[in-house]
Ligand binder design. Structure first.
Ligand code: KDG
Ligand code: MG
Length: 423
């Protein structure tokens, strides 16, 4: 072959140069507590492009940190950051031990960071890599909560005044100390609030009497134009959930969330037999295997799996596509323990997903916003992402360093006789 006259390096195929540039040369975990704990993964390539991922596991943050630092990062160094799917499969199949909240958060963090890098490499927002926007903005719901029906009604009014088209309503229940969802701070509800778990009380009977009265009062005051949602937070048995769903039917809820624990997917058949109130499940799911039966047997209406919980954008896209066959829509978890990195990734995903339903949105505190800069904005009850390449999120590491890890756990719930219950 005649000598081209190019130096050895210049003569190499373009893809080899690109592969060199895309080689992962560094990955590190940043743990910070700007108002609450967040675990952030930062992956850097040879040409200096970096991407961010979120691995926060509320109340158990150091488990994904150890998994990432000891078992994932050593495997990433030297890999081609462009091979998102292969790295996903490597981390999922290659570990032999599959699924679970710790493993899948680590996989999710890597996946988010790689999509972020790819977007930056190509100069495109991640939504464009997914197939482009299916909508200009994504409807979100906020959290209204109060100690009783009157206080919750005032809170719903406040959210409507802020422009929200959808509001989750939770109320304290007489005789139930610490009923789920009643926070101390109105705008920044944060349940992980003590180094050792705070004990709350649970009593199903008064809750089942009281909860429908909340929605009766809300519909009487606000009519039916606003979407109302409610989170049962895994507290009921299937037949109790069926009864609640039926009692709520006149108030036309957008959804009733987590009516019963979902380890047993078959349990939802019983609920379905008794009510047409739409059901949303999945904030604690880690993979398609946790929701496959619920979806294909049409036992739920909204899948709440997230980018953070369910293995990143790569796997959530797979879940959403599967769900679309059964007309199940998405409703991604978006509590404050999902960092601005996850929220950014979720909004790119939501803006694309053809079967998008709604996005949960709990605002982060000003301390959190000082650590993470984002490219999304709230307007008229919806969030809009901009066109910044990648996920459009960044971390100020100096600011993060001012907020060291502060151990905080989620509360637990007990029945009146002391029996442990589902929080
Ligand atoms: O970390 C736990 C919270 O994310 C969870 O309790 C919030 O149920 C929740 C919700 O629907 O946002
Ligand atoms: Mg929930």
């Amino acid at each position: 072959m005649p000598d081209s006259g190019l130096s050895k390096n210049e003569n190499r195929p373009l893809s080899d140069n690109a592969a060199d540039a895309a080689t992962i040369v560094d990955a590190k975990v940043i743990v910070a507590c700007p108002g609450r704990n967040f675990v952030t993964l930062k992956i850097t390539t040879a040409d200096g492009i970096y991407g961010l991922g979120d691995a926060t596991l509320n109340g158990r943050e150091l488990a994904p940190v150890a998994y990432l630092e000891n078992h994932v990062i050593p495997n990433l160094i030297g890999k081609d950051a462009r091979r998102i799917e292969d790295i996903w499969q490597f981390l999922y199949r290659g570990a032999y031990w599959r699924r679970g909240p710790v493993t899948m958060r680590a996989v999710a963090a890597v996946d988010m960071a790689l999509w972020d890098i790819k977007g930056k490499m190509l100069g495109a927002p991640v939504v464009d890599l997914l197939g482009g926007r299916s909508r200009d903005s994504v409807m979100v719901y906020g959290h209204a909560n109060g100690g009783d029906i009157e206080q919750t009604t005032d809170e719903v009014a406040r959210y409507i005044d802020l422009g929200y088209k959808a509001v989750r309503a939770q109320t304290g229940v007489p005789g139930v100390r610490g009923a789920y969802g009643v926070g101390r701070d109105k705008m920044y509800y944060e349940p992980a609030d003590a180094a050792l778990p705070r004990e709350t009380l649970w009593a199903t009977a008064p809750y089942l009497q009281y909860a429908p009265k909340l929605f009766e009062a809300l519909r009487a005051k606000f009519g039916f134009d606003v979407h109302l949602l409610h989170d049962v937070h895994h507290r009921l048995t299937p037949i109790e959930a069926g009864r609640l769903g039926r009692a709520l039917e006149p108030y036309s809820l957008f959804w009733m969330e987590d009516p019963t624990p979902a380890e047993n997917q078959d349990a939802f058949r019983l609920i379905r037999e008794h009510t047409t109130t739409p059901i949303a499940v999945g904030e604690i799911f880690n993979s398609i295997w946790d929701c496959k039966d619920l979806i294909q047997h049409q036992l739920i209406d909204f899948i709440r799996a997230t980018v953070l919980g369910a293995g990143g954008i790569t796997h959530l896209k797979r879940i959403a596509d599967f769900a679309s066959v059964w007309q199940v829509r998405t409703g991604c978890h978006g509590a404050t323990d999902l960092s601005p990195v996850t929220m950014s990734a979720a909004l790119h995903f939501d803006s694309w997903a053809p079967n998008f339903g709604i996005q949960e949105y709990m605002r982060h505190t000003p301390e959190t916003d000082a650590v993470f800069s984002t490219d999304y904005a709230f307007n008229d009850g919806a969030l809009v992402i901009g066109d910044t390449p990648g996920l459009g999120v960044d971390i100020d590491e100096k600011e993060a360093a001012k907020h060291p890890y502060d151990p905080k756990q989620l509360p637990i719930a007990r029945l009146e006789d002391g029996t442990m219950w589902n929080w």
